[in-house]
Write a protein that binds this ligand. Structure first.
Ligand SMILES: *[C@@H]1O[C@H](CO)[C@@H](O)[C@H](O)[C@H]1NC(C)=O
Ligand SMILES: *[C@@H]1O[C@H](CO)[C@@H](O)[C@H](O)[C@H]1NC(C)=O
Ligand SMILES: *[C@@H]1O[C@H](CO)[C@@H](O)[C@H](O)[C@H]1NC(C)=O
Ligand SMILES: *[C@@H]1O[C@H](CO)[C@@H](O)[C@H](O)[C@H]1NC(C)=O
Length: 182
């Protein structure tokens, strides 16, 4: 079988959005909030309850009755596609990161959608030689909610005014996947 035939066959059996980018160890990255002198400086950006947070731990899930081993799941790792952003997960179909209409960042549940919110899945980019993540060229805002900070995109109009802006510093991860799923 020629190589082209093999890859066509593989592509045919994979779900449509399971193949965003070729992935290898080193492509995954975590996020650190950068705003010198602010209380959120150098805090990690964590996935929890389909939103992203600072000062709230990562929540992840391992279906350990059907899967023999899962990544640790303690840290939130991302992977970047062409204009898109995903969570670095093993679950088939993956989990995509989006920006909701109110400017907050969220992520899809496996095999699921976003509950009907108007969202953008594109507009993410890695800037400054891959050091910073941007959305529509802008940085991010940490809005205080219930003792933690919820992450919003600065480029979206109507983001709550009580937040702290920060740059999303890319931290390379030493694992291919961060979790089975978040
Ligand atoms: C499966 O995960 C649950 C919750 O994380 C844990 O309590 C349980 O011990 C795990 N079971 C196995 C077999 O690892
Ligand atoms: C990236 O996406 C744009 C449209 O969203 C498309 O025109 C372009 O060909 C894509 N580039 C690659 C390398 O896939
Ligand atoms: C969605 O993307 C469009 C086009 O880039 C932009 O005008 C709009 O502000 C974005 N909306 C959100 C909520 O990110
Ligand atoms: C900040 O603003 C948001 C949105 O209006 C609100 O939900 C939150 O409670 C506010 N936080 C504080 C600490 O006032």
């Amino acid at each position: 079988m020629k190589a082209s035939t093999i890859s066509t066959t593989l592509a045919a059996v994979l779900p449509a959005f399971a193949v965003p980018t070729a992935r290898s160890t080193g492509d995954s990255f975590g996020g650190l909030a950068i705003h010198s002198g602010s209380p959120i400086h150098l805090s990690s950006i964590n996935a929890n309850g389909n939103a992203f947070w600072i000062n709230k731990p990562t929540s992840s899930y391992c279906p350990n009755t059907t899967v023999s081993s899962c990544p640790e799941g303690k840290y939130t790792y991302f992977t970047s596609g062409n204009d898109t952003l995903s969570l670095s997960v093993e679950v088939p179909g993956g989990q995509r990161v989006y920006v909701a209409e109110d400017g907050s960042l969220g992520y899809t549940i496996p095999h699921g959608s976003t509950g009907g919110q108007v969202v953008n899945y594109t507009g993410f980019s890695l800037a400054d030689n891959g050091i910073h993540l941007k959305y529509l060229g802008g940085d991010f805002i940490a809005v205080p909610v219930g003792g933690a900070h919820k992450v919003y995109a600065a480029a979206v109009e109507g983001v709550p005014k009580n937040g702290t802006s920060f740059a999303f510093r890319v931290q390379s991860a030493d694992a291919t996947y961060g979790a089975w799923e978040y």
